[in-house]
Design a protein around this ligand. Structure first.
Ligand SMILES: [Zn+2]
Length: 127
């Protein structure tokens, strides 16, 4: 059952992304993951997506990534794009439920790009 959901969401997300941006963006792989540290979430590997697209379509993009999280029943503490530093390439979109050890890595920096390889779409700061 869950595999059919992932397949459906991969196709649906790719189609909506293409419609929104108006270019043939590829979602080459959609993965759900669990790490030894306790982090878990979703990764969508992309081809053809650029940093500019995130900035220009930010509100629509945010709605789209939130919809994906809800569809796959993931409550991410951070949603971010993984960038290729020094280029305009977005390598992947990531939804992550952070463990307490990894949380400071994201909380340390300021603004949308706390690290050269990260572009934050949504981040829930703990109190
Ligand atoms: Zn972690």
């Amino acid at each position: 059952m869950i595999i059919s959901e992932i397949l459906k969401n991969r196709a649906g997300f790719e189609e909506k992304l293409r419609k929104m941006i108006g270019r043939p963006i590829l979602l080459i792989e959609l993965d759900m993951f669990a790490l030894p540290c306790g982090c878990a979430g979703i990764t969508a590997n992309t081809r053809g997506l650029e940093v500019d697209d995130l900035e220009v379509f930010e509100p629509q993009m945010l709605a789209l990534v939130k919809e994906m999280a809800a569809n796959l029943e993931v409550k991410p503490s951070v949603i971010f794009a993984r960038l290729v530093p020094g280029s305009s390439i977005v390598a992947s979109l990531n939804w992550r439920v952070l463990c307490s050890r990894c949380y400071p890595d994201f909380a340390r920096g300021e603004g949308k790009t706390p690290r050269p390889d990260l572009y934050l779409l949504q981040f829930e700061r703990r109190k």
